[in-house]
Design a protein around this ligand. Structure first.
Ligand SMILES: NS(=O)(=O)c1ccc(C(=O)NCc2cc(F)ccc2F)cc1
Ligand SMILES: [Zn+2]
Length: 262
């Protein structure tokens, strides 16, 4: 799939027919083979500066649920790490399984986690809109954080409590004053980084991925509420549970995964 102009038709329930991805040699997610990652001492610590007042709404887009931020100014930003520019937070969302045995998009030495958080940022030094940045090689930076089932995550609960109001595809509710920094692990200095893509259509190869080494813990019950969401809108007669909304791992195609730690 590295050289061909087509990826195998992703006969995924959500997607119809073959997907044409130009080139297709830097797709995401991937399996991170820890022993093959290369330590890069030039990688800096991540510098997040999130303003909870930019949090606007939470909605069900029929594939995941998104918490969206006001990205009309540099108020909630990410810089440092592997990045040369300043990036603006536009949204965060999750991917999860129907069981705790799988659900993440990236894997560590083939190990699956029950879920994965993605914090999506776009390069506001070079572009003026997300829609522009998403088409460019250095346009996006996405932080990936693995979730494990364990103790209840107090910061996540406000978000979990809002989910019943957005059970169906297309529903939106106001969601404010949420600080996404509370979802980051305590150690954000240790991460892997590589060049990849969006993991859902249009699968554009514009993402600098930053995958945290340290996971966060959420409770079984909190994850069960994720699974109570629906892929389907209120009008559809067949309701389908929103689970397994992850893409399978893609070929590395010779890419190097760098680590910020040795
Ligand atoms: N899982 S992930 O973190 O890789 C990911 C992040 C963002 C998007 C997204 O914004 N899609 C909508 C979208 C894409 C475009 F390319 C242009 C507009 C648009 F709304 C998709 C996947
Ligand atoms: Zn995602």
């Amino acid at each position: 799939a590295c050289s061909s102009k087509y990826v195998l038709s992703q006969m995924h329930p959500m997607w119809q027919g073959p997907l044409v991805v130009p080139g297709g040699d830097r797709q995401s997610p991937i399996d991170i083979v820890v022993r093959k990652s290369v330590f890069d001492s030039e990688l800096k610590p991540l510098l997040t500066n999130y303003d909870p007042r930019t949090c606007q709404q939470i909605w069900n887009n029929g594939y995941s649920f998104l918490v969206e931020y006001d990205d009309t100014a540099d108020k909630s930003t990410l810089e440092g790490g592997p990045l040369q520019d300043k990036f603006r937070l536009c949204q965060f969302h999750f991917h999860w399984g129907e069981s705790n045995a799988w659900g993440s998009e990236h894997t560590l030495d083939r190990r699956l986690f029950p879920a994965e958080l993605h914090l999506v940022h776009w390069n506001s030094n070079k572009y003026s809109l997300f829609e522009e940045a998403v088409m460019e090689e250095n346009g996006l930076a996405v932080i990936g954080v693995f979730l494990k089932v364990g103790k209840r995550h107090e910061g996540l609960q406000k978000l979990v409590d809002a989910l019943p109001a957005i059970r169906h595809k297309g529903s939106v509710v106001e969601f404010t004053k949420f600080d996404p920094a509370c979802l980051l692990p305590t150690n954000t200095d240790d991460y892997w980084t590589y060049h990849g893509s969006l993991t859902t259509p249009p699968l554009t190869e514009s993402v600098t991925w930053i995958v945290m080494k340290q996971h966060i813990e959420v409770s079984h019950d909190q994850l069960a509420v994720f699974r109570s969401l629906l892929f389907t809108s209120a009008e559809e007669e067949i309701q389908r549970s929103m689970v397994n909304n992850f893409r399978v791992q893609q070929p590395l195609c010779g890419r190097t995964v760098r680590s910020s730690f040795s």
